[in-house]
Write a protein that binds this ligand. Structure first.
Ligand SMILES: Cc1cc2nc3c(=O)[nH]c(=O)nc-3n(C[C@H](O)[C@H](O)[C@H](O)COP(=O)(O)O)c2cc1C
Length: 183
């Protein structure tokens, strides 16, 4: 795919232990030919480095609303440029922010400015995933046509067994490809 035809997307990364898996997804998306713009939360940065995503995406990573060097804030510029906002992995916290329209960091603010499709892959401890607050928020997001890449069942990082595992990168890549074919 030539650079001109590259389809752009935002890859939001939040503070889940599975954030390192988003680096593999970022690499796959870039190799597939997508123009990937990574936006990370401050908590994601505690788990995986900005330079990893900058190198894999070949684009500057946005992790703050306040360090913009452009005249146009990056959260608005990216929202204008990309039809897909993909958040992998998505914390319980970010699910709540998306539900309630909270805009207190670059990713959640961008999500409010974004008028295209939002796809999220939640990942968390099974007790967190089962919590009524999370489940009710997910229901609201589904009603708003946010595409939920449901977490899988198995043993999670803390050793608990249940539903909450981040879906595999190859499955997420297939969903992105399906979306891009039709949009
Ligand atoms: C080591 C570690 C792993 C975490 N993993 C998860 C996780 O998988 N899912 C989740 O929802 N929260 C997880 N958290 C809690 C979030 O990081 C916390 O709720 C944070 O406020 C999320 O911020 P963010 O949504 O801005 O990234 C984890 C915290 C720590 C310290």
């Amino acid at each position: 795919m030539s650079n001109k035809l590259k389809k752009s997307m935002i890859l939001g990364v939040t503070g889940c232990i599975g954030a390192y898996k988003a680096a593999d997804l970022c690499s796959k998306l870039t190799q597939y030919g997508y123009d990937v713009h990574v936006v990370m939360t401050a908590n994601a940065l505690k788990l995986v480095g900005e330079l990893t995503f900058q190198t894999l995406s070949r684009n500057r990573v946005v992790s703050s609303l306040w360090n913009t060097t452009e005249w146009e804030p990056q959260h608005i510029a990216l929202a204008d440029k990309c039809r897909l906002l993909l958040i992998v992995p998505c914390t319980a916290n970010m699910i709540a922010k998306l539900t309630w329209g909270i805009a207190d960091d670059a990713l959640s603010t961008l999500a409010l400015a974004h008028t295209g499709t939002t796809m999220i892959a939640p990942a968390m401890n099974p007790r967190m995933w089962q919590h009524p607050a999370v489940q009710e928020n997910i229901s609201v997001l589904k009603r708003r046509n946010v595409q939920i890449i449901e977490p899988g069942t198995g043993t999670v990082a803390c050793g608990d067994y249940g539903t909450g595992r981040l879906e595999e990168a190859t499955v997420i890549l297939n969903k992105v490809n399906d979306f891009m074919k039709n949009n």
